[in-house]
Design a protein around this ligand. Structure first.
Ligand code: NAP
Length: 259
């Protein structure tokens, strides 16, 4: 299916690796020109070169911490007028609810709620003027089914979800669709680090921790960045124009609910 977005311009944040990279690659495969971002220059430059070479699109890259005002200003300046925005940043560390300080919460809210909101505030007005836009926020399955040790993530991402619920219904009349993608367990560096944390806490090997977590997923495996990117590209497509303010869960069936 032709997604009808060839020649559009997208910013994909936190995209040198993992799910952000999966989204960037799926958009590039549809002929979308990209600006990608991450903090580390080397992996980011390699990803940009690979995607440009493989798909024949323009891929600019900006090494910056997207959770800071300066980082966002640098990325937005390079991005110019955008048609598509994919919001992403690293997730907060696991821990125990009794241990988290006010500063820990502020950091999580800055990274996983206010950064996405600031980027939408900076880019969606232009999309509205041009009468076409798509925003996909990478959140987490934890907004549907909380993960106690990821309480900082549960808190910040649920705040973003509430914001999008209202804002998406305001901007759709100007041709801008805003939706959220909720990853369950996917095979990325983040999953490796969470497997490591589980292994340490339970005194088992990483392989055992991973096998247990995979067994909890009806699909019997972790998701792949490519699966995730394909869903992102569809939400950015011309065909997705009637999908507004939704929260699409990609978890291999892990959440046992009817709807
Ligand atoms: P990942 O494999 O660790 O990749 C993270 C990417 O984000 C890297 O390119 C990293 O590059 C970049 N990044 C991290 N912090 C950044 C920052 N402050 N500014 C700019 N770039 C930044 O992570 P992932 O698994 O793709 O996860 C992506 C998001 O989905 C995270 O918020 C994660 O918590 C959430 N999530 C993941 C899963 C899963 O199973 N994988 C499940 C639920 C939710 P640099 O380090 O060079 O900046």
């Amino acid at each position: 299916m032709d997604l009808g977005i060839r020649g559009k311009r997208a910013l994909v944040c936190a995209a040198s690796k993992g799910l952000g990279r999966g989204c960037a690659e799926a958009l590039a495969a549809e002929g979308v020109d990209l600006v990608i971002n991450a903090r580390g220059e080397e992996a980011l430059a390699n990803t940009a070169a690979e995607l440009a070479d493989r798909y024949g699109v323009t891929v600019d890259h900006v090494a910056a911490d997207i959770t800071t005002d300066e980082g966002r200003a640098k990325v937005l300046e390079a991005a110019g007028d955008l048609d598509i925005l994919v919001n992403n940043a690293g997730g907060p560390p696991p821990g125990h609810w009794l241990d988290w300080s006010r500063d820990d919460f502020i950091k999580a809210v800055d990274s996983n709620m206010l950064t996405a909101i600031a980027l939408m505030q900076a880019t969606v007005p232009g999309m509205m003027e041009r009468r076409w836009g798509r925003v996909v926020n990478i959140t987490s399955a934890a907004v549907r089914a909380p993960i106690a040790v990821l309480g900082l993530s549960n808190t910040a991402r649920t705040g973003l979800t509430g914001f999008v619920a209202g804002m998406s219904r305001d901007v759709i009349k100007h041709g801008v669709n805003v939706n959220n993608l909720l990853p369950g367990l996917h095979a990325t560096a983040r999953a490796d680090s969470l497997d490591g944390g589980t292994a340490k806490a339970e005194g088992i090997s990483i392989e055992e921790a991973r096998a247990r977590r995979q067994a909890s997923i009806p699909a019997g495996r972790y998701g792949e960045a490519g699966d995730f990117g394909a869903a992102c590209a569809f939400l950015c497509s011309e065909q997705a124009k009637f999908i507004v303010g939704q929260n699409l869960l990609l978890d291999g069936g892990a959440l046992n609910v009817t709807m």
